[in-house]
Write a protein that binds this ligand. Structure first.
Ligand code: BGC
Length: 415
């Protein structure tokens, strides 16, 4: 029996009985969930895995957005020693599949009826040539503004609903000696802010053309110039020590009253919650100005590995990840919403309810869009090319016109 069919057989057997006890399921799990909120979240999976007899070998690779984790993964695969399960997402799943190193988890998916409980927009990312090749954990939204509620009320400021309002609020705060925008100068964080600004200024159709289709007209448009203009304004709102700062330290600045706002995906909410803060009271959430919803789905892919204990570990992990309990509890901690549509959100907070309602509305209106900055829209070389220009612009006095010229050239070179 080859490895893929051994995996399939193990998966099928696990559904003959519920909570089947495997001999000795093992999993070495590569992920980048190392902040307070993230660690609390992944612990849910570790505990469920252990309670079913599994032995979890943790391989955390620190670094927000996962760039360092992906470098570590490549090194492991190249040395012929892939981890059992890997936090992987978007087109990177299909890129690894094309290299012939992913296990087929269709048996688990079919036995558990994933197709019936996942929206098509999510399920599509988990498929490789008609087979299931990844298990989805959640839906993170990117286009959020987080704020310190006390700072805003003390300064008579409402959450901004346009970029002009955001700029006016930031100027007012700056004049009062408060850092308007908590930011960490790391390329992926620059890209996170950039795509929220791009969606807001350009709108959903523009975003789709520019960052999903890489349409040259959109990439060279006046709209793109206006987006870089706004990025230049945002650069003026960060403190002087922003370079290299981790995202969770930027979130802590908002928590501690050292800065008013942060533009970041809703893993930031996981940090606020881990610190015991309450949305609507201590901190505020609102989607960034403009239409649309930028989604980012965390998922795990299983790599081809030897040994029945590892294959059992993969089967068990896939089953647990899409299981109802994990989807509920993990996402309460992580700041995201469940990938499954059949999980009740009664225990979730107001930000999560906004996210779920906006996701449903944007699915209807065609404005549900994959995040380019978080690897959901483009292949790695392409998204990397865009981010290089975004970060070079943010960290220099490059004009918007020059940034646009460099963007087009970088995208062309990456194709
Ligand atoms: C992931 C999140 C993670 C964040 C910060 C994102 O790309 O989807 O799960 O919390 O990066 O590391």
């Amino acid at each position: 029996m080859n490895k893929k069919s051994a995996f399939a057989a193990a998966a099928a057997m696990s559904f003959l009985a519920t909570n089947v006890a495997y001999a000795d399921p093992q999993a070495e799990v590569l992920h980048w969930w190392t902040s307070g909120g993230e660690a609390r979240s992944v612990a849910v999976l570790q505990e469920e895995f252990a309670s079913r007899g599994g032995t979890w070998t943790d391989m955390p690779v620190a670094g927000g957005g996962g760039d360092a984790a992906m470098t570590a993964l490549r090194a492991r695969v190249l040395s012929g020693n892939a981890p059992t399960a890997v936090q992987l997402k978007g087109p990177a799943i299909q890129e690894w599949y094309e290299e012939g190193v992913l296990a087929d988890i269709s048996s688990v998916a079919e036995a558990q009826g994933w197709a019936d409980v996942l929206p098509a927009s999510i399920a599509n990312h988990m498929m490789c040539e008609g087979t299931w090749c990844a298990a989805p954990v959640n839906v993170h939204r990117i286009d959020w503004i987080w704020a310190n509620a006390g700072i805003l009320s003390a300064n008579g400021i409402e959450m901004p609903t346009t970029w002009a309002e955001f700029n006016a609020a930031a100027e007012q705060l700056q004049a009062a000696g408060i850092t308007p925008l908590a930011h960490g100068g790391q390329a992926w964080q620059d890209a996170t802010v950039f795509e929220a600004v791009a969606l807001g200024i350009g709108g959903p159709e523009f975003f789709q053309k520019a960052f999903v289709e890489l349409d040259e007209e959109a990439l060279t448009s006046d709209t793109m110039v206006a987006i870089f203009d706004q990025m230049r304004i945002m650069r003026g709102f960060v403190d002087e020590n922003f370079s290299g700062r981790d995202w969770n330290l930027a979130t802590a600045m908002v928590m501690n009253g050292e800065a008013a706002f942060q533009i970041m995906g809703d893993w930031a909410k996981g940090e606020f919650l881990a610190a015991g803060l309450v949305p609507g009271e201590d901190f505020l959430c609102m989607s960034t100005p403009g239409e649309g919803f930028l989604y980012n789905v965390d998922s795990f892919a299983m790599f081809d590995v030897d040994g029945q204990d590892n294959i059992d570990g993969q089967t068990l992990l896939a089953e647990l990840i899409v299981g109802e309990n994990f989807q509920h509890t993990f996402n309460l901690n992580k700041g995201s919403i469940p990938a499954r549509t059949d999980i009740a959100l009664d225990d979730f907070d107001s930000c999560a309810h906004t996210s779920a309602a906006d996701m449903a509305a944007s699915t209807e209106s065609g404005s549900l869009l994959p995040s380019y900055a978080h690897g959901m829209a483009l292949r790695g070389a392409q998204s990397g090319a865009i981010t290089d220009v975004v970060t070079a612009h943010f960290n220099s006095d490059m004009s918007s016109a020059d940034a646009v010229s460099q963007l087009v050239a970088a995208v062309a070179n990456s194709q």
